[in-house]
Design a protein around this ligand. Structure first.
Ligand code: FAD
Length: 641
């Protein structure tokens, strides 16, 4: 999949050798130059961001936000709307706006392994072939929204009704009917004449985050949608409405965070505009890794408040103290937020003592209840010719195709380079009797969904097959990818400390497949995958005779034993970790209350995917942005702005 852009330099080198021989390539060469100019000039790094490596003048703010990721950028922008409030956003990385691999929708996996990403790995997974799994997290302003697959999806309405059942005072504010307005608040949907069936009145139209149908959409995807329909899945005009998300999107591909110019939309590009950054009450500091929270006794009652944070540009460099007059907000994501809490003495007491960290509050829930969506990828050889296999060119013709695509993208912002790879998806239930008739599937599987209308499985298609984050070199064939996602895992993992060194990555153990029910549901997903691969019109473009070991054709009639083995060895993360500092009663392992305040600490909130009480049955960026929009409102209200 995503070595697309990694291949550009090679492609450009081959092209330059051929330029003199083929005049049409001169045009394309010029287009490539234009493309680099376009990205560089229009997306130059913002002028108003400060760099901790050069020092900062002010050391005291009303609100200090830790982590300028998906949630952090939203908060910084919304809170600084009031000129009377001084806001400081501290981000471990720097801007992503001048990074072509982030801005071009198909380029993100090229950033995997780079210094712009926290390149994390899980512990070996005993129930999943005993291997560790790669967990990239964006280390830039915009966080994971700079490297995600750009799928705009809100999950199922009942996911949020489940959030409203934590038993906390104020929990009902999180029910779908109350929470939905925050999805609408951030979205700026672009209606499309080719998707007239989408009801604009159910979409956000005036928010800062552009969404729409501007990504590439291959004929393979159209065939996938029709095959899902022919296999009995419901058709939906829009997967993001109060009607729920069950079914396959009718005629349309997925809505994405890609703008009209074909560029990725991140929370940095949407919320930290030049106009926002020029506010005198907002300071955004890059290369600022927070290592610890500093506490003082609260004045109003017996208890603690956070008075400051310690921040350093890099390991071994002395830290700066930044003071917070009113609030500190942790938005460092589901891995680093619990790590920072534990390093600061907030977490399971036993674990903190193990690392000689003074216990400030025994909060046993910190770092527990880690949830993630595992995905099983299957690669199939396709014959339509519409595969994007030329993204990894191995012949002169494929190189020319790639150069042509690059030229087209540079000029129009359209074409294959604007694919997000996951071009269409279907959401369904493993217990749906119309899809899994009880006479064929007699086993009763435990219902893990958030409600009767919510899915526990997602099925998506990519116009290029890939395995292991595209790191596995596949045979040189045109391929497509089919992918099954477990949306409601019961396997719960942990984030624990490796050491008390803040620059040491924490221990990530998702405990994939430790719940046997997860395997049963994934097996149903694999049955559905096999069925759709044999359903017209998708079936007509698959070479069912392929026997390459890395391809999945051999799974077509495989027993559950073989399928389970495939699931255990192939399973990867869909990059959606959540719930490691979740909203809930302290007695139930909750870390924050319904106002996102950390239990037992006066002025500390958490605003990112770690507060999700449970993982939504869908993609996690939209819920994260909506949480941040709501949090901004909560903080403003509590500060009486
Ligand atoms: C490859 C990939 C593909 C994905 N695809 C999709 C998709 O298509 N659709 C979707 O909805 N979701 C997708 N997701 C998931 C989604 O993007 C995340 O759930 C969401 O962005 C998480 O937001 P966050 O604010 O919780 O954390 P993040 O966005 O990770 O933000 C955390 C921020 O904190 C910073 N930080 C960390 N530690 C420190 C520190 N000590 N000091 C200062 N700063 C720190 C980080 O640099 C980062 O900027 C994907 C994720 C990935 C990685």
């Amino acid at each position: 999949m995503h070595s697309s852009l990694s291949s550009f330099s090679a492609a450009v080198a081959i092209a330059s050798r051929q330029l003199s021989a083929h005049p049409y390539l001169l045009f394309l060469g010029a287009a490539i130059l234009l493309y680099y100019r376009r990205i560089r000039l229009s997306q130059a790094a913002p002028l108003f961001t400060k760099d901790l490596r050069k020092g900062i003048e002010t050391d005291q703010y009303d609100v200090v936000i830790i982590g300028g990721g998906t949630a952090g950028c939203v908060l910084a922008s919304r809170l600084s709307e009031d000129p009377s409030l001084s806001v400081c956003l501290l981000e471990a990385g720097e801007s992503s706006l001048s990074l072509p691999h982030s801005r071009i929708p198909s380029g993100y996996a090229k950033l995997f392994g780079s210094e712009r990403v926290f390149n994390l790995n899980t512990t070996p997974q005993p129930y999943a072939a005993n291997n560790s799994r790669y967990w990239p997290r964006g280390k830039m302003l915009g966080g994971c929204s700079t490297i995600n697959a750009q799928i705009f999806h809100c999950g199922s309405p009942s996911d949020y009704d489940e959030w409203a059942r934590t038993g906390l005072e104020g929990a009902s504010d999180w029910s779908y009917v109350n929470f939905r307005k925050y999805f609408l608040r951030f979205e700026k949907f672009s209606p499309s004449t080719s998707h007239r069936d989408v009801d604009d009145s159910a979409r956000g139209m005036t928010g800062p985050v552009d969404t729409g149908f501007f990504g590439h959409f291959s004929s393979i995807t159209t065939k996938f949608i029709t095959a899902c329909q022919n296999a009995g899945m419901a058709l939906k005009s829009d997967l993001n409405t109060p009607d729920g998300t069950l079914g396959v999107a009718k005629v349309s591909d997925l809505v994405t965070y890609i703008d009209a110019k074909g560029r990725r939309v991140t929370t940095e590009s949407a919320y930290l505009t030049r106009q926002v950054l020029s506010r005198s009450n907002l300071t955004v500091v890059a290369h600022a890794s927070v290592t610890r929270l500093v506490f003082e006794k609260a004045s109003s009652r017996e208890g603690l408040r956070v008075s400051a944070v310690e921040v350093s540009p890099d390991e071994g460099v002395s830290f700066t103290v930044i003071r917070a007059r009113k609030e500190v907000v942790l938005s460092a994501g589901a891995i680093h937020t619990p790590q920072i809490l534990m390093l600061s003495g907030l977490g399971p007491a036993e674990q903190l003592r193990k690392h000689d960290i003074t216990v400030v509050q025994d909060l046993p829930g910190v770092g527990t209840h880690l949830m993630d969506h595992p995905v099983v990828d299957v690669v199939l050889e396709e014959t339509s010719g519409d595969s994007l296999s030329f993204f990894q060119p191995r012949t002169g013709f494929q190189t020319a195709q790639l150069i042509f695509a690059l030229g087209r993208y540079s000029i129009t912002g359209r074409g294959p380079l604007s694919t997000n790879f996951a071009e269409a998806a279907a959401f369904f239930r493993s217990s749906d009797p119309s899809l899994f008739p009880p006479d064929v599937y007699p086993a009763v599987i435990e219902d893990t969904t958030s409600g009767a209308d919510a899915p526990d499985l997602e099925f998506f298609v990519s116009p290029l097959g890939y395995l292991k984050h595209a790191q596995t070199r596949l045979p040189n064939r045109k391929s497509l990818g089919l992918h099954i996602v477990l949306l409601r895992p019961q396997s719960l993992g942990t984030i624990t400390l490796n050491s008390s060194n803040p620059f040491d990555p924490p221990v990530i153990d998702p405990k994939y497949l430790s719940s046997p029910n997860d395997m049963q549901i994934l097996l149903r997903g694999m049955h559905m995958l096999n069925r759709i691969a044999k359903t017209a019109p998708l079936a007509n473009i698959i070479n069912h005779g392929n026997r390459d070991a890395l391809f999945g054709h051999r799974l077509a009639n495989a027993s559950d034993t073989v399928l389970s083995e495939y699931i255990r060895t192939t399973l990867e993360s869909l990059y959606h970790p959540t719930s490691t500092a979740r909203m809930g009663l302290r007695a139930d392992g909750g870390v924050v209350d319904a106002y996102l305040r950390v239990h037992g600490v006066e002025n500390l909130r958490i605003v990112d995917a770690s507060i999700f009480p449970t993982i939504p049955s869908g993609h996690t960026a939209a819920p994260t942005i909506a949480v941040a929009e709501k949090a901004a409102e909560l903080i403003k209200a509590s500060l009486q702005i």
